[in-house]
Design a protein around this ligand. Sequence first.
Ligand SMILES: O=P(O)(O)OC[C@H]1O[C@H](OP(=O)(O)OP(=O)(O)O)[C@H](O)[C@@H]1O
Ligand SMILES: Nc1ncnc2[nH]cnc12
Length: 178
Amino acid sequence: MTADYIKSVITTVADYPKPGIQFRDVTSLMQDSKAFGTCIDMLAEHYRHHQFDKIAGTEARGFIFGAPLAKALGCGFIPIRKFNKLPRPVLRQSYQLEYGEDVLEIHKDAVHSGEKILLLDDLLATGGTMLATIALVRQLGGLVEHAAFVVNLPDLGGADKLTEQGITCHALCEFEGD
Ligand SMILES: O=P(O)(O)OC[C@H]1O[C@H](OP(=O)(O)OP(=O)(O)O)[C@H](O)[C@@H]1O
Ligand SMILES: Nc1ncnc2[nH]cnc12
C-alpha cells in the first residue's frame, strides 16, 4: 500500500467548518481497516530505529493514531487535551489554527525531565496545534526533535515553523494546491 492509497481514502469536505476551508477528513481513512492499520505500520517502521520514552498525541484524532503507534513502538502515551478535560494539575497553552483558536493542556507529571517525546497528530496545517504541544512538553523538560502526521498541508506553512523549532517532521501524505 502506498501514500497515494492513504491519500485516496481521505475525504475532502469543502467549506467546513468555515467557508473557504478544504477540510481533510481522516475519519474515512480510519473506517478502512486496511488503510488504518497500514498507517500505523508505516509510522512504526519509520521510527523503528529511534528510542522514544513516550508519544504525545493531541486531541482528538492524535489519540486515535497515537495510541496504537505507542503500542507498536513500546512507548507510553500522553494525551494532550483541550481545555478543562484533565483532572489533575496541568500546564496550559493557547494557540491559533486555520479556523479559530483553542487551548491545550498537559498533566504536569506526564513528562519527566530528559525524556524523549515523539509528537503525533493526524494533520499538520498552520502548525499552531503542534507548536503549542511542543511548548507544553518542553516546559516540562521533555526532549522533542520529531513530529509525525498522517497528513501535511504544506501550503499552510506548519512544517516550516516546526523546522525553525528544531523539529524534524514526517507525514505519510500531503495535499498541496487543491
Ligand atoms: O496545524 P494546525 O493549523 O494547528 O491544525 C491542525 C489541527 O487541526 C485539527 O484539529 P482541530 O483543531 O480541528 O480539533 P479536533 O481534533 O478537536 O477536531 C487537526 O486534528 C490538528 O490537531
Ligand atoms: N484543512 C484542514 N483539514 C482538516 N483539519 C484541519 N486542521 C486545520 N486545518 C485543517
